[in-house]
Write a protein that binds this ligand. Structure first.
Ligand SMILES: C[S@@+](CC[C@H](N)C(=O)[O-])C[C@H]1O[C@@H](n2cnc3c(N)ncnc32)[C@H](O)[C@@H]1O
Length: 355
């Protein structure tokens, strides 16, 4: 067997194992947790109360161990994504650097300082994070395919569905996508709003190069990407009608979030909208307990602080109005209630700057 097929097999195995973890193991854990609560005559309402019951279950320990170690195996070791792309760097970067060198839709800032919270953690268990190696964007793009597998569902429509929901409220002419990564969250705006100007910013040069190359390949000419810090992006006041982000707010410390929200307010035209897709609305304490555990096991230390923040109060204190915070259904393909699988608590967070 060649190294290539071993890599493919290992990654397919990890994806299948994640599917097992997401569905059967999770369902089993939920059932055993319910039985244990009934046997003890308790109805936990807080995370510590849930932990007192769940952490004693063997199935929970297995669930937690598998969650962490599948993610480590996905990125690290001989058949991990980081190693694979490092080995193939010459070949895969030729295309990317060539496209980045020629494209006018990309502005990099090699002098931009990476914040300390950002360099301190190997986010998602990705060695070196999404920024420190030239191949990091490709690793992240590949890894994102198996973040939350749900057998039978296409996860490809999450960003498109989010964009559609925003556009139900009007068609902005100037859009800023904060922390755009490799452009997966930016591209639907560019394709659905051909008349608009779309900007994506991120700290990670390897991701931005990939975003610019993906946009060029898709023939999208109304979108550009820049290496900027979302807490100090440097655009003029009132430059945008829509400021958005996807899976960003939970990746920053609360004091950085405070600055990001101030910037959203400053950058919006009066009457403009700010809409984020993140993890905040949790229907029950068991979901919250697993979400906090996910943050620890996936190296995402700011998931819990965001989930515990009084978001409506925080947004109102910044001056935002028309605040809407509601669960967001990630797919139309699958009846998630019937599947009873582990899912992220996707939340649609929308607010407006007063007109
Ligand atoms: C989970 S990714 C989301 C990427 C993209 N929005 C998507 O939905 O695929 C979070 C992104 O936040 C970026 N990031 C973290 N802190 C940032 C900051 N202060 N300014 C800009 N980007 C930041 C990371 O580099 C990473 O690309």
């Amino acid at each position: 067997m060649t190294a290539e097929t071993s890599f493919d097999s290992a990654q397919r195995f990890i994806l299948a194992a994640k599917g097992f973890w997401t569905t059967q193991l999770y369902t089993n854990l939920r059932e055993q947790y319910g039985e244990r609560c009934a046997a003890q005559g308790v109805e936990p309402t807080t995370v510590p109360q849930v932990a007192a019951v769940a952490e004693d279950l063997t199935v929970y320990r297995y669930f937690a161990w598998l969650e962490r170690h599948l993610q480590i195996a996905k990125y690290s070791g001989r058949y991990g994504l980081a190693h694979y792309y490092r080995e193939h760097a010459d070949e895969v970067l030729k295309d990317l650097d060539g496209a980045a060198g020629q494209s006018s839709n990309l502005e990099l800032d090699p002098a931009l300082r990476m914040p300390s919270y950002y360099v301190a953690t190997d986010i998602h268990q990705h060695p070196g994070g999404v920024w420190s190696e030239p191949t990091a964007g490709l690793v992240y793009q590949h890894g994102a395919r198996s973040t939350t597998p749900l057998l039978g569902a296409s996860h490809g429509d999450l960003h498109a569905r989010f964009t559609d929901k925003i556009l139900e409220g009007g068609r902005p002419a100037r859009v800023l996508d904060l922390a755009c990564g490799f452009g997966k969250s930016t591209m639907p705006f560019a394709s659905k709003l051909p008349e608009a100007s779309i900007r994506g910013i991120d700290l990670a040069a390897p991701c931005l190069k990939l975003a610019a190359s993906n946009a060029t390949k898709a023939g999208l000419t109304n979108v550009s990407f820049a290496q900027r810090d979302a807490s100090n992006p440097g655009f003029a006041d009132a430059s945008f009608d829509l400021v958005t982000s996807t899976m960003f707010l939970h990746e920053i410390p609360l004091k950085v979030l405070d600055r990001v929200l101030d910037e959203c307010f400053r950058l919006l035209e009066p009457g403009g909208r700010m809409v984020h897709l993140d993890f905040w609305h949790m229907p029950d304490p068991f979901t919250r307990f697993l979400h906090y555990g996910h943050g620890r096991r996936n190296n995402e230390p700011y998931m819990q602080p965001l989930a515990e923040l009084d978001l409506p109060k925080t947004l109102a204190a910044k001056g935002f109005v028309d605040i809407r915070i509601e669960p967001f259904s990630e797919t139309a393909d699958v009846d998630l209630a019937a599947v009873k699988a582990w899912r992220f608590p996707w939340t649609y967070i929308s607010a407006r700057k007063p007109a």
